[in-house]
Design a protein around this ligand. Structure first.
Ligand SMILES: C[S@@+](CC[C@H](N)C(=O)[O-])C[C@H]1O[C@@H](n2cnc3c(N)ncnc32)[C@H](O)[C@@H]1O
Length: 299
């Protein structure tokens, strides 16, 4: 089978949801979904066969068992099978429903017709294989932070979105009224998905510029800095990027950093301090945290 995916199905105690979702994310799964089955949960996730052997999934299943043991909870039951790309797209889509995030957003799957009348901002999305459906706590923390940051006079705000995935954060910022967003991602499939989502949300390419790359490519696009930086990538990557954030900064630039596990927050805080950034607030959800930062005044 070409373009096959592993469909991983886990029957588990509800209290294991968080640790299982974390393991699946770390493993590199896409499109995780959860269903209630009696007193248990069924969690499903997908991983490309091109990257993972059956042995890798066996190892994942062992980790899940060990996590349950540590938490003193019943062992989860993990099954996996290969499905082709088309089945993957449709299986996952069956489980993804419109999701309200924060006070203002409703994330609407592209294949559903959005309501004509709503007081919410409708963010339409087909992430494809890219990360960013709005169901993950790290994405939600970023969207809620953007709501806060863009609650007053958003019309002059230019943002940079590093690790844009499906484009969800940049699109969210534009829907909230931001003047312009620059989005970059190293993954060409994410760039493709983000451009399709830009079109789906009727945003002009001049308004939301999406390119493949990282901070270096972004700096080539933005000559005079941005007002806000959003970056939802893993802590290890963020720590490497922070020293270059100043090149994007204007005197009052703020930042939203997510994708950081609670136990990694000290390392992030230390790097921010060394590089001239102030931590204004730290928001937490499940095992994740989100830093609200701003540039420290020049001496
Ligand atoms: C956790 S996803 C976040 C997606 C979306 N921004 C969201 O909040 O849901 C992280 C994204 O960062 C991208 N990425 C990883 N390392 C990167 C780097 N050094 N520079 C730019 N993008 C990177 C990945 O390809 C992935 O699409």
């Amino acid at each position: 089978m070409s373009n096959s995916w592993w469909e991983i199905t886990i029957l588990c105690h509800p209290h294991l949801e968080e640790s299982i979702t974390w393991r699946l994310d770390k493993f590199g799964c896409s499109g995780t979904s959860r269903e209630i089955k009696g007193k248990s949960y069924i969690i499903q996730a997908y991983a490309p066969q091109i990257q993972y052997q059956s042995l890798d999934i066996s190892a994942l299943s062992l980790w899940l068992q060990q996590d349950a043991l540590v938490l003193n909870l019943p062992q989860p039951l993990t099954r996996w099978k290969l499905i082709d790309e088309e089945d993957w797209a449709s299986s996952w889509k069956e489980h993804w429903e419109p999701t309200e995030v924060g006070d203002r957003f409703i994330i609407y799957p592209a294949w559903l017709t959005p309501p004509e009348q709503t007081d919410k901002l409708i963010l339409r999305l087909d992430p494809g294989v890219a990360f960013g459906t709005g169901t993950h706590p790290t994405t939600q923390l970023c969207l809620e932070s953007l709501e806060m940051r863009l609650s007053k006079s958003p019309e002059n705000v230019v943002i940079a979105d590093i690790g844009s995935g499906s484009g969800i954060l940049s699109i969210g910022a534009i829907l909230l009224g931001a003047k312009k967003a620059y989005a970059v991602d190293i993954d060409p499939l994410a760039v493709k998905a983000a451009r399709e989502n830009r079109h789906l949300n009727q945003i002009h390419p001049d308004h939301l510029v999406i390119n493949q790359g990282s901070l270096t490519e972004l700096l080539e696009l933005v000559s005079d800095g941005v007002d806000g930086i959003v970056c939802n990538i893993l802590a290890e990557v963020i720590i490497e990027l922070i020293p270059q954030f100043s090149k994007l900064a204007r005197p009052n630039t703020w930042g939203i950093l997510s994708g950081i596990l609670l136990e990694q927050s000290q390392a992030i805080a230390d790097t921010l301090e060394q590089e001239g950034w102030i931590v204004a607030a730290l928001w937490k959800r499940k095992q994740w945290c989100c830093f609200q930062i701003r540039k420290a005044p020049e001496n």
